[in-house]
Write a protein that binds this ligand. Structure first.
Ligand SMILES: Cc1cc2nc3c(=O)[nH]c(=O)nc-3n(C[C@H](O)[C@H](O)[C@H](O)COP(=O)(O)OP(=O)(O)OC[C@H]3O[C@@H](n4cnc5c(N)ncnc54)[C@H](O)[C@@H]3O)c2cc1C
Length: 439
């Protein structure tokens, strides 16, 4: 009666994982994606991988094998192979308008590892192809609607419109999910902001800093308000991804990155550098969807989240979605189980303040005046910041940093109060502060 048991709309990290898991269970599944190739990433992604820490209800452990990496999801109970080594990164930097520099270093274990999003997708795609998952590429899903106890999805492939039916549909079509929007599930979400990003991946970059990510802000450095984030790239020791954080329109991103690499005090890093890949994305911040399903449609990964679930989270969502669908097809309440897991795992589902804690990593400098930041960064040059075992997580990093700055000798009480306020700030407070500042 239905064309497929399951149609997976959107074959990024979440959809590819779900499709392969479903097929392995003997379920008749179709993957649909608007991209022509599923083994290549075309949307900006920096490549941070957070392992060896509790994060979003999971504790990922890496096993570094000969030329490849085994990724163990110890709580969800599954493992993946990533076909390349993952480099460990121990340093993180911030540079502000005046040129003042802050560095934190983790000695005991890495702050994070880095991966290549294209390798991740191509590994997941290979597995799905080996399992003979059928895919429709170059195909946009326009709308999904409930019919006769299942779902009909309208598709457009290179101008030609068709429709397919299934018993259950996974919408893993990303942050700007059409399926989520068309089902009306964005209606009750609060929107915090939207902005473009452009990413240049570059080789032969003469960066003198200890290898790590660098957040660079200030009009002297990037020509306008916003920031550029540099992240080490797996392409080599002198390779980095440079990614903009700016406001709409998209041309601001382009102007920012071009200024940074050609006209800023950092232009000397790029004398021999070469751009090897350019990508872009629109970043949007909504409150998450707490009940990520409607009828026979399950929203998976970024399609229901706050900001991003990351590759590691999307893959975990895909795995859990496949278990949920399998249970649904057996007449059990799999969507409810998925929802319970979703709400008890992702930090911002458990506590809305975690949306702010996640975002403060790159925004906390805006709470301070330029003089205050210069004062703190100058002090930190004399008292190096060493990140301990517990504080490396993305949600807790800024709070740990505020504790570190507060503990430095000679920090006035007024600044300590400000740091307390930063630690306590929720998303509303964060937005109020950043909308007052231009840098
Ligand atoms: C600037 C930036 C930096 C990031 N940095 C990192 C990082 O360092 N580490 C990390 O792990 N994550 C990072 N992320 C986040 C990460 O990319 C996402 O969280 C992750 O890709 C979400 O996976 P997903 O499968 O849910 O969605 P996506 O990866 O967005 O996949 C959605 C898929 O659906 C397809 N699609 C969309 N609409 C349709 C449609 N209507 N019909 C058919 N197909 C459709 C798309 O082509 C795509 O293949 C970053 C994101 C951005 C924007």
């Amino acid at each position: 009666m239905f064309d497929y048991d399951v149609i997976v709309v959107g074959c990024g990290p979440a959809g590819l994982m779900a499709a392969a898991e479903l097929k392995e269970k003997g379920i008749n599944v179709l993957g649909v994606d608007k991209k022509p190739r599923l083994d290549k990433n075309i949307r900006s992604a920096s490549g941070f991988f957070n392992d060896g820490q509790e994060m979003n209800g999971e504790y990922i452990q890496l096993e570094h094998l000969e030329g490849k990496t085994k990724i163990n999801y110890t709580k969800c109970g599954f493992s993946l192979e990533y076909s390349k080594p993952m480099e460990a990164i121990h340093h993180t930097h911030i540079i502000v308008n005046s040129g003042s520099h802050f560095q934190a270093t983790s000695r005991k274990k890495p702050l994070y590892h880095i991966f290549n999003p294209t390798t991740w997708l191509s590994d997941r795609y290979k597995r799905a192809k080996n399992l003979s998952v059928p895919f429709m590429t170059d195909t946009v899903a326009i709308r999904a609607k409930e019919i006769n106890g299942g779902v009909e999805v309208n598709l457009r492939t290179r101008g030609k419109t068709t429709s397919k039916t299934c018993r259950k549909l996974i919408a893993s079509d990303g942050l700007q999910s059409r399926i989520t929007r068309n089902l009306g599930l964005n209606r009750n979400r609060l929107v915090f902001g939207k902005g473009p990003t452009i990413e240049y991946e570059m080789i032969n970059v003469e960066c003198p800093l200890d290898r790590g990510d660098i957040y660079i802000t200030g009009e002297n450095n990037i020509g306008q308000p916003g920031g550029v984030i540099a992240v080490p790239s797996p392409r080599g020791k002198k390779a980095y991804r440079f990614e903009t954080m700016s406001a709409l329109p998209g041309s601001t991103s382009y102007n920012m990155i071009e200024f940074f690499i050609k006209k800023s005090p950092f232009a000397k890093w790029f004398k021999k550098a070469k751009i090897v890949e350019k990508t872009a994305a629109i970043v949007e911040m909504f409150t998450p969807i707490k009940t990520p399903y409607l009828g026979n449609i399950l929203l998976v990964g970024d399609a229901a989240c706050f900001a991003e679930v990351l590759y590691q989270g999307a893959t975990m969502c895909g795995y859990m979605a496949a278990q949920a669908i399998d249970n649904e097809l057996k007449g059990k309440n799999g969507f409810k189980e998925y929802t319970d897991w979703w709400n008890s795992s992702f930090e911002w589902n458990k506590d809305p303040k975690r949306m702010a804690d996640y975002t403060k990593r790159v925004l906390f400098t805006r709470f301070f005046t330029p003089d205050e930041i210069d004062f703190l960064f100058d002090l930190s040059e004399r008292h190096p910041a060493v990140v301990g075992e517990m504080e490396t997580g993305v949600y807790n990093y800024t709070n740990a940093l505020m504790d570190y700055f507060s503990g430095l000798p000679g920090v006035p009480d007024q600044l300590k109060e400000k740091m307390k306020m930063i630690k306590e700030a929720d998303f509303d407070k964060l937005l109020t502060v950043i909308s007052r500042r231009r840098d």
